[in-house]
Write a protein that binds this ligand. Sequence first.
Ligand code: SF4
Length: 615
Amino acid sequence: MRRLLRVNLSNGAIKEEDIPKKIATDYVGGRGFCIKYLYDEVPVNTDPLGKQNKLLIGTGPLAGTSAQSLSKWVVVTKSPLTNTFTRSYGGGDFGAWLKWAGFELVIFEGKSAKPVYFHIKNGKFEIHDASAIWGKTTNQTQEYLEKQHGAKARTICIGPAAEKMVRYAGIFSGRRAAGRGGTGTVMASKNLKAVVIEAERKEELADPSEFNKLVKQQVKGYKEGLGFGPFRDYGTPMGVDIPGFSMGSFPVRNFRSNDLEGWEKLSFLQYAAITQKHSGCYSCMLKCGKTHTVMDGPYAGVTSEGPQYETIWAFTGPAACADLGATVMADRMCYDLGLDTISTGNAIGFAYELFEKGILTTKDTEGMILKYGDPEPMLKLIELIGNRKGIGNILAEGVKRAAERIGKGSKEYAMHVKGLEMPGYEPRALKALGMHYALSNVGANHCNGYAQQEIGYPKPRVLDAAADDGKGDVIKYNQDYVAAIELVNACTFPASNLDLYGLELIGNMLIAAVGEPKFGSADYLWHVGEKVYNLERCFNIREGFSRKDDTLPKRMYTEPLQGGMRDGEIIRKPDVIIDEYYEARGWDKNGMPTKATLKRLGLEQVDKDITKFRR
Ligand code: SF4
């Protein structure tokens, strides 16, 4: 029987529950379980930082096995940045440990009266006082918990930024984060500092010999995969070169340009030259984590497991500063404070542009001059944001709310979708990916709908990145594919980016692991992925979201890119792509799933919740 653990932090009640067979079959696991319970249990208009919101932490049905790249953990909740459903994935070992502890999902409810951490040890559960670690960095917290519970325990925790209610704080495990959407802020709102698991390795499989055969097949596929070697050797920093500056998709100066002087200093080869160690998540031979140590200059000696591509972008593009050492320093600071690097970098890019335009002045920045190319104010801003001091207190709200507070036309310069700051891929250069941001259920997030077709991936067909239409169905394809692989918490890097495994293999592994024959059909997993995506959409619709929110910042439609490979590019026909997409999904013109679509997906029960929003 597949199980979940329910922890009420208000009264300390802890309950083990079987996941009903119908839910287990209809939603498979991972992201599927999370949205099903979130939808059913978090009422409409819940304050994301209030007691009624719930924090769901899930692992996948194949986690903790020898299968490759299938042991990530996911956090799902109502986001304090966007007020939408949000999902954020973390790496490391925690997903495997949670599965070995006997649970695929933990639901945290209510709010503790004082800071606590939750401890699972071999079938026993305890809520401990966390006053000794409240206020500590993520690094200090994990060191403390390792001393208390031993090196074999695995932890997720929050840092000081979450405790100070920075709206884009993440949850960290080792050096890896479920960074996006303010999941850490929700955890802090419950006075929950950490979760620690001690568990012994166990693989409970319906058909162990078939499963092992499939793992061997998977490993062979990895070794023969074209992208495997380069990705293992260099990791995500390759994104700086490809697509980055080779396709003009690296946003610079708050999404105005894709031209950065000296960008070659940020090439993945430069990061490779300072890589000390390769590390990976549980049972993943790709080991895409790269520990870097700065060798010279003002940040010499600084070490961080990172930066990954997005963080390299976040601390170079927005402040137009091609300083490799500063990116390692910024990564380390965000890790210690517990900040999402993408939103932090965006907030900094927003502040730099406001300063350039005279909307912010040295009076607002306590004398600091936000000068493009200078990393020092950028690093100072990270510290101010993480501690909610000075101008950092406003930027900690996220760019959407910060613009509302600052006024003076600053809304024009806030680069977000539904309140979530934009990742480091330029929408005007990669238009299917860009319009995916606009349409995504969580706001501007690249990894729940990568559009690899724009850099040559052939399924379902290659796309011309610059074309203004003909993309809606492929955006749906990408979103549903990611939703389907995330039913088992599969890592999207080997799947969407490197094409190292598909749903057929996952389906066969699921049969061998949990013995449910339905899961062996790739069509069934696609169907559940689509259902999950629609249920997430319906969560947002209940909260009042509709077509009006499926939009990019105005800049993307009205200001041509300046310089670089895509000079002059613009998104000309967003409504055409949105119409194509709604039609492919079976949604009406206002972006609401029709009755027929809900019926086809087995979601008839949510029709009553959204019917009043249909046009
Ligand atoms: S590819 Fe990287 S992030 Fe994904 S599971 Fe492997 S090590 Fe973790």
